[in-house]
Ligand binder design. Structure first.
Ligand code: HEM
Length: 155
């Protein structure tokens, strides 16, 4: 019990919780909020969407910050040394990080209000679907990375 590194436990807990909030929120939006939004009268719909984005946007930014902080901490401090020389591990991690940057970009664009990305927000469902697919690929890569045994310490 005394061998447990509690910083690693907290970091993993925050990483998985933030992933749950970000990915779960996007799936809930596509499959529950978007199909149901038509029941709100036209004149109130814009205000409803604005409120939703304002509130969820804050939670999303916090989740992105936590994913970056805990992800890079865990990679640089624990996993990189533990998987030293395992090219496949680091290549998969590189793909995971690049996909994560793509997900963070799309999520920021879709919850933000910059006029430059208005065209993308008009096709919100398509971009959100792409983001969910990329996020699920990240989770799948995370599961594979966890299954790759670390290099045994040399005697
Ligand atoms: C949308 C963004 C992300 C999602 C949804 C996500 C999700 C996950 C999940 C579900 C796991 C498996 C956790 C476990 O089994 O304990 C994981 C592991 C991990 N993630 Fe992320 N992650 C994201 C971004 C990042 C970023 C930006 C980094 C930065 C390096 C990162 C680094 C890691 C590391 C090092 C692991 C541990 C891999 C291992 O067990 O060998 N993640 N991630």
């Amino acid at each position: 019990m005394e061998d447990i590194n509690w910083l690693n436990v907290v970091s993993r807990f925050l990483h998985v919780t933030a992933a749950m909030i970000a990915v779960g929120g996007a799936i809930f939006t596509i499959f529950a909020v978007m199909p149901a939004v038509h029941v709100i009268p036209d004149e109130a719909r814009g205000h409803f969407q604005q409120q939703l984005l304002r509130r969820f946007g804050k939670l999303l930014m916090l989740s992105i910050g936590l994913l970056l902080l805990t992800g890079f901490y865990n990679y640089l401090v624990n996993e990189r040394p533990a998987h030293s020389g395992q090219a496949v591990y680091h290549a998969l991690m590189g793909v995971k990080i690049l996909l994560a940057f793509g997900v963070f970009f799309l999520a920021s664009v879709l919850t933000g209000s910059s006029p430059a990305f208005e065209g993308m927000r008009r096709k919100r469902k398509r971009w959100l679907m792409l983001n969910v697919i990329m996020a699920l690929a990240i989770v799948a890569i995370g599961a594979v990375l966890r299954a790759i045994p670390p290099v045994p310490p040399s005697a």
